[in-house]
Design a protein around this ligand. Structure first.
Ligand code: IMP
Ligand code: MG
Length: 186
């Protein structure tokens, strides 16, 4: 008989910050807000790989609008928890966004360096509107003057994993948002 490893096993010993039910509830609310603000117009959601992939998948299904996806990738944190400070574009847009309503979908607004950079380069493509949805916001860590238009949860200076977010590329598949505790870095 084979045993299938449940994601729950991976969460053993990890402290849950937001459960999948709490996340789903908040994502539904964000979807309603975004839908309302669109006034029936179409939307292009731009996910920031890879952390925002899970959030985008859920958020897109909570938005009632003619919606397309695109993805962009930047380098920022490398393997550890610390930002290098420099942002580099690794994967550009596949489709033009000129004259379109664009929503950047990001997992965490932390120092703000990544989103400040992305907002600047996307603005150069002259979208009709450019908004930001961030699942988590860590205002205490901000180094750039930037806010998201839609925020899932505002959190203190904690390192989190799960629901798309990683530590050294691991834990992205945890269904809940968990705290990275000192005894669980490996
Ligand atoms: P910023 O440029 O400092 O705002 O960096 C934002 C990026 O850092 C996010 O897209 C995340 O990929 C990463 N990041 C920031 N805080 C965390 C965390 O607590 N867990 C996992 N990744 C994080
Ligand atoms: Mg990220």
């Amino acid at each position: 008989m084979t045993t299938v490893a449940e994601p729950e096993d991976q969460q053993q010993g990890l402290q849950v910050l937001y459960t999948r039910q709490q996340i789903a509830g908040r994502v539904a609310e964000l979807g309603e807000e975004i839908t309302r603000d669109l006034n029936g117009e179409p939307l292009i959601m731009i996910g920031v790989l890879k952390g925002a992939a899970v959030f985008l998948a859920d958020l897109a299904r909570a938005v009632q609008a003619d919606t397309t996806f695109d993805f962009i990738a930047v380098s920022s944190y490398g393997k550890g928890q610390r930002s290098s400070g420099a942002v580099k574009l690794i994967k550009d847009l596949d489709h033009p966004i000129e004259g379109k309503n664009v929503l950047i979908v990001e997992d965490i607004l932390d120092t703000g360096i990544t989103l400040t950079y992305l907002r600047k380069i996307l603005q150069q493509h002259h979208p009709k509107s450019l908004r930001i949805a961030a699942l988590l916001d860590k205002p205490a860590r901000r180094m750039e003057k930037i806010e998201a238009d839609y925020v899932g949860f505002s959190i203190p200076n904690l390192f989190v994993i799960g629901y798309g977010m990683d530590y050294a590329e691991r834990y992205r598949n945890l269904p809940d948002i968990c705290l990275m505790t000192p005894e669980h870095p490996e």
